[in-house]
Design a protein around this ligand. Structure first.
Ligand code: SF4
Length: 304
């Protein structure tokens, strides 16, 4: 594994002041003990020292094992915000270097930083540079003359996402005349070969789930129906819509960044001065879609 910088996002205190330190060929006793970490076996060496050993380091026969490579079970005690270097990854843990010391720490307590200096949080690369440079405030009044995002992007979602809003479409048809319950809604959706679904546009290029209110503002019928029923709109719209002006790429490790062309809309602007902070409205989107824990990890990375 290539060594990577990582940031501690949750302090960790070692539970083992007397860790196993073993050399290849050491003979161990193994115990059946439940662990929250898959792939680790609780062992005892010939001196009576006990601790967890990666299963992949052991040749096991009944309740005995032989160690296949040198192993040191030392764990790190580190505070959130500290910067480490990962050396290897093993069944939910990283072996890291910190102040010329080596030790293990749970993977969930750290965020790794990729080669472009972007944090990788819960399997998502976050383009903090773009996100912290952008401010956003949704106000349909500001886009009624310049065109709205619902008239610009083609919205595609995974088939199973429709469960989040299919039950609202009947009510949504009272807002958008394009929604026809009698046709089983099949005039507004196009199924794609890869099991995704695209929302149709009307002749003006606007999403068929959108409608204009009395002031000429383009609004989302799913959003309006959610508010009418006291539901959270972000849970009842296609996720790509709830994310705007953020966007998640379709890469193997997806990248969370600012949607391409978002700056063409009056709601989304570059900050005049970079302050290295995430704006309040973008924070709310991140909490809605990924949770407070995700945002907290991002903020610890930003402090560094
Ligand atoms: S689903 Fe709603 S938010 Fe998304 S493009 Fe259509 S009208 Fe706009």
């Amino acid at each position: 594994m290539k060594s990577k910088k990582c940031i501690v996002v949750k302090s960790y205190k070692s539970d083992y002041p007397n860790p196993l330190k073993l050399i290849k060929g050491a003979k161990l006793k193994t115990f059946k003990r439940k662990s929250p970490w898959k792939g680790w076996i609780f062992c005892e060496d010939k001196n009576g020292v006990k601790g967890w050993v990666p299963k992949s380091y052991l040749q096991i026969s009944k309740n005995k094992a032989v160690l296949l490579k040198n192993y040191d079970a030392t764990e790190l005690t580190v505070k959130h915000g500290e910067i480490l270097k990962t050396k290897l990854k093993e069944s939910g843990w990283f072996l890291c270097e910190y102040n010329a010391q080596f030790g293990w720490i749970p993977e969930k307590n750290v965020v790794t930083i990729d080669e472009y200096d972007r944090p990788v949080i819960d399997g998502i690369i976050v383009d903090l540079e773009k996100i912290t440079s952008t401010k956003y405030k949704c106000d349909p009044n500001t886009c009624k003359d310049t065109g709205s995002c619902c008239s610009y992007y083609e919205i595609t979602f995974k088939g199973n996402e429709s469960e989040n809003f299919i039950g609202l479409l009947g009510d949504a048809s009272k807002f958008s005349k394009h929604i026809k319950p009698s046709k089983n809604f099949d005039n507004i959706f196009d199924e794609n070969e890869d099991d995704t679904i695209t929302i149709d546009h009307d002749k003006n290029g606007t999403c068929k789930l959108a409608y204009k209110n009395e002031n000429g503002c383009v609004l989302c019928s799913l959003h309006s129906v959610s508010l009418k029923h006291n539901l959270k709109p972000f849970k009842h719209k296609p996720s790509n819509c709830s994310l705007f002006p953020l966007a998640l790429s379709e890469d193997k490790t997806p990248v969370l960044s600012i949607q391409e062309d978002a700056l063409r809309f009056p709601c989304t602007n570059l900050k005049k001065k970079k302050d290295g902070k995430i704006s309040k409205e973008i924070k709310e989107i991140i909490i809605d879609l990924y949770g407070k824990g995700f945002l907290r990890k991002l903020e610890i990375c930003l402090e560094k």
